[in-house]
Design a protein around this ligand. Structure first.
Ligand SMILES: CC(C)CCC[C@@H](C)[C@H]1CC[C@H]2[C@@H]3CC=C4C[C@@H](O)CC[C@]4(C)[C@H]3CC[C@]12C
Length: 376
């Protein structure tokens, strides 16, 4: 690998600032770009009914071998978010795309692709210790979000029931994002394997485009122990100009002492490695001009620079363990209620009941809605 020789040429600061311009980690939320402050909730409502423990296995044991999306579970195993809202959760760190845009604007295409890579990884950060299933949206259900405080707008719709297909579109400062999400899932008894199908695209206003697909997710310990998920496989981020990026999400192994590891590199069109990445999808990512494939963590590398870091967990996690950002997604203010179309996820009665901790009502509504959907 020619990586070590051409690495010596760039220092970490050169990568940051190849043209000598003033780019001190592009901070978008700065004073000349004042973002409006919007009051959003910081916790879910207190549950009205007492939470209860139900064994998951007692319900799913008859479904081994079936498609996960067709297994009917009581609402108690759901989290108060739909899969459409869950797509928007991937934008918790959308500022990385804002930064990518700014870096490209000042001619730093290497930092741009590194920030895009960090964004593609950051979507997984909220998946640790999330033991519940999102609501399966009804056909034609939508979710739209306008977050001027983050300078993003988002729209998603469930466009097909079998196969289950979601289309989404998002816009931020200097970029547009679109994708469709469809998953192939396999239920193995002890675990579920989810293989996302579909391509995600981000296009910057100057015409630079990046495309990638998500890696495999495995949900473990359905029978015994604590439910957890892992993401593994190769993610290839292809650009239409100078660079592309290859990331490896480590395969899980027995008694893994260093789980959640992501390693990779950026290469130019001639296959020359321009930068290396290392980190964990649930913590932080670093880049370096030293080859990261020989080490097991960023602190074993001298001079690795931080690309992205996960936000602090919410002080009110509840049993769903949502992030502070996720907690705001199903909020329904009177102003919003006036503007939203009747198809919005926030207006689904069963999901609203679950959020309020009214499990009996939530279950009855969910059964009614699903029965109606099946009839259609
Ligand atoms: C049987 C039930 C109670 C177990 C709970 C399963 C939960 C943890 C599962 C069900 C559906 C799963 C999601 C299905 C699809 C995707 C898209 C993929 O690109 C990232 C992972 C993600 C977002 C999965 C995360 C884990 C998930 C939310």
């Amino acid at each position: 690998m020619s990586g070590s020789t051409d690495c010596g040429v760039h220092s970490a600061t050169n990568i940051d600032n190849p043209g000598g311009q003033e780019v001190v980690d592009i901070q978008i939320q700065d004073s000349n770009n004042m973002l409006p402050e919007i009051k959003r909730r910081s916790k879910l409502p207190e549950p009205t009914e007492k939470e209860k423990g139900i064994s998951l296995w007692s319900i799913i044991k008859d479904s081994v071998g079936k498609d996960l999306t067709r297994v009917c579970l009581p609402v108690y195993f759901n989290e108060p978010l739909s899969s459409l809202q869950k797509c928007f959760e991937d934008f918790e760190y959308s500022y990385l795309l804002d930064q990518a845009y700014e870096y490209g604007k000042v001619g730093n295409s290497l930092m741009r692709i590194l920030k895009v890579a960090a964004f593609a990884i950051s979507g997984y950060a909220s998946s640790v210790a999330r033991p519940c299933k999102p609501f399966n949206p009804l056909l034609g259900e939508t979710y739209e979000a306008d977050f001027p405080d983050r300078r993003i707008r988002f729209f998603a719709e469930k466009v097909s029931h079998h196969p289950m297909l979601i289309a989404c579109h998002s816009e931020g400062k200097g970029w547009k994002f679109w994708g469709d999400s469809n998953v192939k899932s396999k239920f193995w008894g002890q675990s579920i394997q989810v293989d996302p199908v579909g391509v995600l695209t981000v296009e910057f206003d100057d015409g630079e485009i990046f495309k990638w697909s998500k890696v495999t997710t495995t949900i473990n310990n359905l029978i015994l122990g604590k439910l957890y998920c892992n993401h593994h496989g190769i993610m290839h981020i292809k650009g239409n100009r100078q660079y592309s990026c290859k990331l490896k999400f480590k395969e899980p192994s027995l008694l893994d002492r260093n789980p959640h590891l992501v390693q990779g590199f950026v290469e130019d069109n001639d296959g020359k490695k321009a930068s290396f990445l290392i980190g964990k999808w649930d913590e932080s990512m670093y880049y370096s001009n030293l080859d990261t494939s020989k080490v097991k963590s960023a602190d074993q590398l001298q001079g690795a620079s931080l690309l992205w870091e996960k936000n602090k967990p919410s002080p009110n996690p509840t049993r769903y363990n949502l992030s502070s950002f996720a907690i705001t997604l199903n909020e329904l203010s009177p102003e919003l209620q006036e503007k939203l179309p009747p198809t919005d996820s926030r207006l689904r009665p069963d999901q609203r009941h679950l959020e309020n901790g009214e499990y009996e009502k939530a279950n009855a509504e969910k059964l009614r809605l699903e029965r109606r959907q099946r009839m259609v």
